[in-house]
Design a protein around this ligand. Structure first.
Ligand code: CP
Ligand code: NVA
Length: 328
């Protein structure tokens, strides 16, 4: 398997074998890390640029720790301190950065920006989240599912909440690629867009996956192996969106009734950060304005034995490391 020089932008352009190769490589790298086996010589002396036009805890830390574990240097660029987009085009930025770095991570708004960066870059570009896709998160999620359930093919994953944004889109893609059964269980206006559904259905036809869109919570969650959700208002969306989201998505909150209706060994997943209590600013604002103590997931489910969210978060680092090892 040779993925050297490849960009990592949506997962759509990777075969099932290539995706599973990166997941297995991540498991190997995780095992090495746990055993204290150094990987510092794997990419010693190289450097990667990490561009973040939106905030991050997991993705940024994963890229930094993974790069350092591989012997690489990192440069973090935030929207305030670089010229990107304001005084310098993406195309020019790509040509400058790829003359100094061996790889470039980009987190930001429209997918077209990271695609443009990749088009003009001579070195691999990794998508660290756009409005439309979150592909590095997918590898962590698949690794976590494999660790917890012991299988990937045939797993029934139900995504609740805003399924037309980065997480819903990317989960639908990875499920289609890997022969998993994807259900978006949410209000109609939050279903993934038709063109992407169609594209994923075509992939699914070849892998044994299925794609289901339903507004029915009972039917959509019955017997699921994985119940997955994400915030209802994503980074970059206006605060005013909260009102309509709560109105439309409250019936799709992940609570005990949902978990009880899922399969007996179902796990709960969330890419994080999550609004499950009153210990965040946004959580408190939502309570003050709408009287809601917990948002997309109840505190009870978040803290339950079925919740694997922190293992999932740890796996971000091991899988991002695998992406860099594979493509550099
Ligand atoms: N899941 C995820 O991407 O988290 P961050 O926004 O903290 O990077
Ligand atoms: N949908 C969320 C994912 C965060 C990891 C967002 O874009 O803010």
């Amino acid at each position: 398997m040779n993925l050297k020089g490849r960009d990592f932008l949506t997962l759509k352009d990777f075969t099932p074998e290539e995706i599973l190769y990166m997941v297995d490589l991540a498991a190997e790298l995780k095992d090495k890390k746990k055993k204290g086996i150094s990987t510092k010589d794997m990419h010693a002396g190289k450097n990667v640029a990490l561009i973040f036009e939106k905030t991050s805890t997991r993705t940024r830390c994963s890229f930094e720790v993974a790069a350092h574990d591989l012997g690489m240097g990192t440069t973090y660029l935030n929207p305030k301190d670089s010229q990107i987009g304001k005084k310098e085009s993406i195309a020019d930025t790509a040509r400058v950065l790829s003359s100094m770095f061996e790889g470039i991570e980009y987190r930001g708004y429209g997918q077209e920006i990271v695609e443009e960066l990749a088009k003009y870059s001579k070195v691999p570009v990794w998508n660290g989240l756009t409005n439309e896709y979150h592909p590095t998160q997918m590898l962590a999620d698949v690794l976590t599912i494999k660790e917890k359930l012991g299988r990937i093919q045939g797993v029934r994953l139900t995504y609740m909440g805003d399924a037309r944004y980065n997480m819903g889109n990317s989960l639908m893609i990875v499920c289609a690629k890997l022969g998993m059964h994807f259900t978006a269980c949410t209000a109609k206006e939050y279903f993934p867009n038709e063109a992407l559904v169609k594209e994923c259905q075509e992939i699914a036809a070849q892998t044994g996956a299925t794609i289901t869109l339903t507004e029915d919570v009972k039917a959509g969650t019955a017997g699921a192996d994985v119940i997955y959700t994400d915030v209802w208002v994503s980074m970059g969306e206006p605060e005013e969106a909260w009102e309509e989201r709560i109105k439309a998505l409250l019936p799709y909150q992940v609570n005990k009734a949902v978990m009880d209706n899922a399969g007996p060994e179902a796990i709960f997943m969330h890419c994080l950060p999550a609004y499950h209590d009153q210990n965040t600013e946004v959580g408190r604002e939502v309570k003050a304005k709408f009287g809601l103590e917990e948002v997309e997931v109840t505190h009870e489910v978040f803290e339950s034995a079925q919740s694997v969210v922190f293992d999932e978060a740890e796996n971000r680092m091991h899988t991002i490391k695998a992406v860099m090892v594979a493509t550099l």
